[in-house]
Design a protein around this ligand. Structure first.
Ligand code: PMP
Length: 350
């Protein structure tokens, strides 16, 4: 607190990201990064960009990358919005499309940045409870709203809604924008981008941080009707003209074009996830069904905070949330088979 702060700043409750430890020896299973590196073609494209051209500003529209995303999903370039990570894309979405009189709806257990953006932009919200199985029931989202946002698969539960359920959600609120945050969709779900041409109120957000292993590059995007994209461009161009630098534009484009590497790494993560779920179940854990690159698990006999502390002592970090309903769960990112083994070893003797 300082006398220079406005009451607005004093009242902000910022998001707290997962720890990025300085110690490199740790087995880091706490922030849902991809355990495999990015496409070698993306790395090569970025190395090639390391020239005197860096004295020049990047393309403010990132058209090269917009076109690559548009080609990949079979949409038009004016249906694609780019941002510095999907967190920035989401921030612009909240600012541009959710500031109306009614409350925004999102699940009570969900991405903890949503209420933070609501605080930043003065948006009222209703947190809609997940059901007893920690699932989203789309029928609960039909009340009057200024918009709806859900992650699919949900975070931190990993639970997936199928495309029919997403369509029902979008159809149920035709007068407000429904945002599907697909940060983890490539690990077992079906994207709702195939629906955007039919529903002008549907906006799909994705990131290159997870399935394309580029969390450090900070690239995210949204796909939807050109009118929604234009609203986002208006906000973006009132804030920062150049959210993506020269390296990010070429690196992300090359990553999108390298389908082979993408398929290889995501399939490896999916296979490791299935193996790890079985092994954890063998140790007595209850694991929610996951379509993401993480799992959400609890042990009926052991306190989650205690397990997290014990793992940490053995150099393995996982994420524990204090929120009451999920305080007995751990969110564990899927690592390489070796990293997953380190986790299992850390749990020995439980
Ligand atoms: N949405 C969800 C559901 C997430 O878990 C994350 C990662 N923390 C993001 C969006 C943001 O990812 P990024 O900013 O790296 O694109």
């Amino acid at each position: 607190m300082s006398k220079f702060w406005s009451s607005f700043v004093s009242d902000l409750v910022p998001y707290v990201p997962g720890e990025q430890p300085k110690l490199t020896k740790l087995t880091k299973l706490n922030t849902n990064e991809n355990p495999y590196g990015p496409s070698p073609k993306a790395l090569a494209a970025m190395r090639e960009q390391l020239t005197d051209d860096l004295r020049l500003y990047p393309d403010p529209n990132g058209d090269l990358l917009k076109q690559a995303v548009a080609d990949y999903y079979g949409v038009q370039r004016n249906q694609v919005f780019l941002g510095n990570g999907s967190d920035e894309v989401l921030a612009h979405i909240f600012n541009a499309l959710f500031r109306h009189d009614k409350p925004l709806l999102f699940p009570d257990i969900s991405y903890s940045f949503y209420p933070v953006y609501c605080g930043l932009y003065g948006i009222g919200y209703d947190a809609v409870p997940l059901d007893e199985q920690f699932r989203i029931q789309v029928g609960d989202y039909t009340k009057p709203n200024a918009g709806i946002i859900i992650p699919n698969p949900n975070a931190p539960t990993g639970c997936l809604l199928d495309l029919d359920a997403i369509e029902q959600l979008v159809k149920g609120s035709p007068d407000s924008v429904v945002v599907i945050d697909e940060a983890y969709i490539d690990f077992g779900g079906e994207t709702a981008i195939s629906l955007v041409d039919r529903y002008p109120n549907l906006l799909v957000a994705q990131t290159l941080s997870k399935s394309r292993s580029l969390a450090g590059l900070r690239v995210g995007f949204a796909v939807g009707h050109p009118d929604l994209i234009e609203a986002l461009e208006r906000v973006k161009n009132s804030f920062n003209s150049y959210p993506l630098d020269r390296l990010a534009i070429v690196g992300a484009t090359a990553a999108f074009e390298d389908r082979e590497h993408f398929d290889f790494t995501r399939n490896a993560v999916i296979a490791s996830r299935e193996a790890l779920v079985e092994q954890l179940q063998g140790k007595g854990f209850e694991v929610l069904p996951s379509a993401a690159n993480f799992i959400f698990a609890r042990h009926p006999q052991h306190d989650a905070a205690g397990i997290a502390a014990r793992l940490r002592e053995q150099g393995v970090i996982v994420r524990h949330f204090k929120q009451e309903r999920i305080a007995q769960f751990l969110r564990i990112s899927i690592g390489t088979p070796e990293q997953n083994q380190a986790l299992l070893d850390g749990l020995n003797g439980l």
